[in-house]
Ligand binder design. Sequence first.
Ligand SMILES: O=C1O[C@H](COP(=O)(O)O)[C@@H](O)[C@H](O)[C@H]1O
Length: 266
Amino acid sequence: MALSSVIHKDTRELRIHESLDELSTDLADYIAELSESCVKERGFFCIALSGGSLVGLLRKICEAPYNKTVDWARWHFFWADERVVSKNHPDSNYKLAKDGILSKVPVIPSHVHSMNDAASAEAAANEYEFTIRQLVRTRVIDVSEISDCPKFDLVLLGMGPHGHVASLFPDHDALNEKDEWVTFLTDSPNPPPERITFTLPVINSASHVALVVTGEHKAEAVKSVMNGAGTDCPSLPAQMVRPTSGKLVWFLDSAAASQLDVSSSS
Ligand SMILES: O=C1O[C@H](COP(=O)(O)O)[C@@H](O)[C@H](O)[C@H]1O
């Protein structure tokens, strides 16, 4: 696999790939290694998925050799965000993952923690937070030493062309949510309007966060996020992804990285 470059920018690692195929393989290697060490250390691997283009880029982890070498029975699946639609609706992040991942590898159905699609956005968000609390209590999900937040082993995020992550959109009140682990929106600027999302404290309590961003239409937002690194007043949700004690890795293709000045990075 030809990794075009690995760059360290502040506390972030940037992995830039020439092709989507290479990116998908690197992402599979990264997740498989993380899963192995988490299973060895804690007996579980708790991964939170997003929707969108990310899911297609997870295709390699469902193929040989990973489909046979990964300890799928120890994985617990969560969603960093969900759209309030039925589970068989084309907009459902659960459906996307089911078609692209869950139907292809031997997951344990009771380890798939999807959101309730028969409840209101508010009720489903509360119910999801309750599910997560139970799994923190039983130590399936680790707990942050700094906050009382769940500490997911890996939160996988995509980023929209205007810098949104999960269902946290620029200038939206949900960005300020400090108390809840899971919140809901009824006025998402992108359809569908009703969504459920992890809050920033939960994302930033994860032990690993990977932002997977591809395509030239996202190059401007990638540049803005990187240029705003370390700023006290970040405006883009993706800039606010700063794991407190965890590691942040960006997986980019060369089109998404095309506006970055990587020469000055270490
Ligand atoms: O609405 C959403 O968008 C983001 C980004 O999606 P992408 O297709 O531009 O990669 C996604 O990560 C999130 O889960 C989804 O609900």
